[in-house]
Design a protein around this ligand. Structure first.
Ligand code: PFF
Length: 447
């Protein structure tokens, strides 16, 4: 009765104003640090164009199916994972749906916590890029900054800015920021890729990056990396895209929106590779992955490049745009569940989310050991759990046939029965493989 009374007071659910806004938001969520700090290195290390080939196949036959499925779950139930799971379970006379829905929510929160620490570093590097990176010993500089108290204010700034956007809501916060930053980031990527490929010696980098090494496909590590990259890059953690799907008007063409999202994300990953590889080869350094690439290697290249001051600043602006549009989707993945579970107003949910992310991120901000451990546990174990739970609920409990019917509603191109096979077996199987491999790698049993 009390719950009903509260529910009656609930504001009507917000919706995207157009299909375009949804695509911008999903592509904004997808294109992020994953594209820039992991894709180029993974492609270069695990087989070049051979890796690209299987990556594209995985995007098409696992990523896209899961993307459509998450959208459909959100749109069909009109809710994020907690209430969606609850409704699906209740219908089957099963208990515990809403508790299971907490899994993808909490796993995504774990990502948000480390992601925001990195966003803080990026804002700091954007600011110092105006003085240029020349004259700095970048490795020493980074190790003195990250994991120290000087990183705190930047972390706070990143969290406050993201909270402010999510606080404004779907139409006034998420939409305008995505609509501004997504095109901005694509333009910056093209500008920087042109700069990189026109550096003397850049061609070698392109040649290296695309050199097909089909032998790499015999190594299970290649498949692990391609799958893990696809799931992270498309934001398929079982929460965010269900929520974005729940803001879709009924008639939205899900397969088309999913296809656009995947295409934009893959183009952005390739553009990132076109920035990183040619530039690295032009200066004779090897492109690496993750944190050192962003904060040591690339700034080092900008320090030597003609007009490096300008391109360094543009690069960090690009990373800010990419990371912000992903960060707001990560925040929204906590805000919606709080509004849903406690019937809180958006503003309250946004402030609480900001406070939690801020406080939980502090130990990681001031201690790199904590940061690395958190990142390893999250990416190795927690993330695939969230993805797997949602995929099982969707394809097995709710049912792949019903999911396909929901996907096909309003779709110009309808998905056939093959879609169910890929959802139930290939997507679920692939994610299960990632989870087992992630655990083995975390515990050091597989290197
Ligand atoms: N897809 C983002 C990236 O590539 O950086 C990261 C991400 C955002 C993952 C949102 C998951 C998510 F829910």
């Amino acid at each position: 009765m009390v719950a009903k009374k509260n529910a009656d007071k609930e504001a009507p659910r917000e919706q995207w104003s157009s299909k375009m806004s949804l695509v911008m938001a999903s592509a904004g969520s997808a294109i992020g640090l994953g594209n820039i700090w992991m894709f180029p290195w993974r492609m270069g290390t695990y087989g070049g164009s051979a890796f690209l080939l299987i990556y594209v196949l995985i995007i098409a036959f696992i990523g896209l199916i899961a993307l459509m499925g998450e959208f459909a779950m959100g749109r069909g139930q009109g809710k994020g994972p907690i209430s969606a799971f609850e409704a699906i379970f209740r219908e089957k006379k099963l208990a515990g749906g809403k508790w299971l829905g907490l899994f993808p929510v909490l796993m995504t929160l774990a990502v948000t916590i480390f992601y925001m620490v990195v966003v803080g570093w990026i804002i700091h590097y954007f600011v110092i890029s105006f003085q240029g990176f020349a004259g700095l010993n970048l490795a020493t500089y980074f190790s003195g900054f990250a994991g120290s108290s000087s990183a705190i204010s930047w972390h706070v700034l990143a969290v406050v800015a993201t909270t402010a956007i999510v606080y404004m809501g779907v139409k006034k916060g998420l939409e305008p920021i995505n609509n501004l930053m997504l095109p901005g980031l694509l333009i910056l990527m093209v500008v920087l890729a042109i700069r990189a490929v026109t550096l003397p010696g850049a061609v070698e980098g392109i040649r290296f990056m695309f050199a097909p090494n089909f032998g790499a496909l015999a190594d299970p590590l290649t498949w692990f990396n391609a799958l893990a990259q696809a799931l992270f890059s498309l934001s398929l953690l079982g929460c965010t895209l269900v929520i974005y799907g729940s803001y879709m008007p009924k008639g939205t063409d899900i397969p088309q929106a999913a296809a656009y999202t995947a295409i934009f994300d893959t183009i952005a990953a390739l553009l990132a590779a076109f920035i990183v590889f040619p530039a690295a080869f032009a200066f004779g350094v090897s492109p690496n992955a993750g944190i050192p690439l962003l904060f040591v290697t690339l700034p080092g290249l900008f320090a030597q490049m003609p007009a490096g001051l300008l391109f360094g600043a543009l690069f960090f602006l690009l990373v800010i745009f990419a990371a912000t549009t992903s960060a707001i989707s990560l925040f929204e993945s906590a805000v919606e569940p709080l509004m849903d579970a406690f019937k809180w107003a958006r503003k309250k949910a946004a402030l609480i989310t900001g406070a939690v992310v801020l406080l939980a991120g502090l130990p990681l901000t001031i201690n790199m050991g904590h940061f690395s451990l958190w990142m390893r546990v999250t990416s190795g174990i927690l993330m695939p759990i969230g993805t797997l739970v949602t995929m099982i609920v969707l394809f097995w409990v709710f049912g792949a046939l019903r999911a396909r019917k929901e996907v096909n509603e309003g779709a110009a191109v309808k998905m056939g029965p093959w879609w169910e096979f890929f959802g139930k077996y290939v997507a679920v199987g692939g994610t299960f493989f990632i989870l087992v491999a992630g655990i083995l790698r975390f515990t050091g049993q597989w290197r």
